[in-house]
Design a protein around this ligand. Structure first.
Ligand code: SF4
Ligand code: SF4
Length: 330
């Protein structure tokens, strides 16, 4: 692995903040011109279950639905404020603000507690405002308090043997389960920071783009499949983050040869039943979908084709994760 002091992990040109309503789920809600307008991925589920194919049974689908429970229903996990509606009968004491005398040691504490709460990897970066969505899915303008300039970015590993089942519901359930782990992890990390008297804004896929933040935080590189490629677990991870005003020591971006490897690989593109991943040798500024940010050098993925495959499949797909040579060995 090569760690460079001044590594610039991506090349951008006139990049603007992305409106979350332009991502594939936003366009499913708002974009009347999209051929997947108002079509959720579970639209065909009854027909799919009736076919009774392996990995697509009613039982398997119940696993998918239940796996998302914490992410979808525990709204407090994403609260920007301290939580105050506990089931516990104990009065919660309020302590004075913790004085940070040493950024390095508080950063170690944050990383350690994040690992304890479920993060596989933890990296710290200054928040690049370009990665913050301009508007959220409900059309609210996003304003991050300017003092929240640090991001604690975390990956959580998915179980490779379950993801290898992709695109069936066994793999979908593992995706949902790790999203639920994300909600657990970010809410606990955020409360840890708030209990020191600092602000914490926990996020899953909402509020800011996770992949560039993870790259900035030194957790991996961007692959041809449009995903974060980590050193140990390749793309077999999910990303979550917490923004904070707690002063932290930032990490450096890393480079371990992903871009040049991707130039000669293309296994993710071969594995994609939707033909949504480019085969071109070199990355470019070309966009393939309204859901691609403009102004960044990379292999853009055609999110329209990808999402339409998800509808046909009745669930999300991880083929381009499982096919990657960086995928962890089973
Ligand atoms: S998730 Fe599936 S459909 Fe989408 S790009 Fe990856 S392989 Fe293709
Ligand atoms: S499958 Fe190959 S081309 Fe695709 S992201 Fe992984 S290493 Fe890159």
């Amino acid at each position: 692995m090569n760690i460079k002091d001044e590594l610039v992990p991506y090349i951008i040109n006139n990049l603007k903040r992305f409106d979350q309503r332009q991502n594939i789920f936003g366009r499913m809600i708002y974009d009347e011109k999209a051929d997947f307008y108002q079509k959720g991925i579970y639209k065909n589920i009854k027909k799919i279950i009736k076919r009774n194919e392996k990995g697509y049974s009613h039982l398997d689908f119940a696993k998918v639905m239940s796996s998302w429970t914490v992410y979808d229903y525990f709204h407090e996990a994403f609260s920007w404020d301290k939580l105050d509606d506990a089931n516990s009968v104990m009065t919660k004491p309020k302590l004075k603000k913790f004085l940070v005398k040493d950024k390095i040691s508080i950063t170690k504490e944050i990383k350690n507690i994040s690992n304890i709460f479920g993060a596989t990897q933890v990296g710290i970066t200054k928040v690049n405002p370009l990665w913050v969505y301009s508007y959220d899915l409900d059309g609210n303008k996003i304003n991050i308090p300017k003092e929240c300039k640090y991001a604690v970015v975390m990956t959580i590993k998915m179980n490779p043997s379950l993801i290898k089942e992709s695109p069936n519901f066994i793999a979908c359930a593992e995706t949902g389960f790790v999203y639920s782990k994300m909600a657990f992890c970010i809410s606990c990390v955020a409360e840890f920071i708030r209990n020191l008297g600092y602000k914490a804004i926990p996020m899953g896929n909402d509020t800011a783009l996770s992949i560039p933040l993870a790259i900035d935080a030194g957790l991996g590189e961007l692959g041809r499949n449009g995903l974060l490629i980590t050193r140990k677990n390749g793309p077999c991870v999910r990303i979550c983050k917490v923004f904070t005003d707690l002063p932290l020591e930032v990490d450096k971006s890393i480079e371990f040869g992903v871009k040049s490897f991707c130039e000669n690989c293309g296994k993710c593109a071969e594995s994609c039943e939707a033909e949504a991943i480019q085969f071109e040798k070199n990355p470019s500024f070309k966009v393939l979908s309204k859901s691609n940010s403009k102004g960044i050098l990379r292999w853009a993925v055609d999110h329209d084709k990808c999402y339409k495959f998800w509808i046909k499949n009745g669930g999300d797909c991880s083929n381009c994760i499982a096919a990657c040579p960086y995928f962890p060995t089973l």
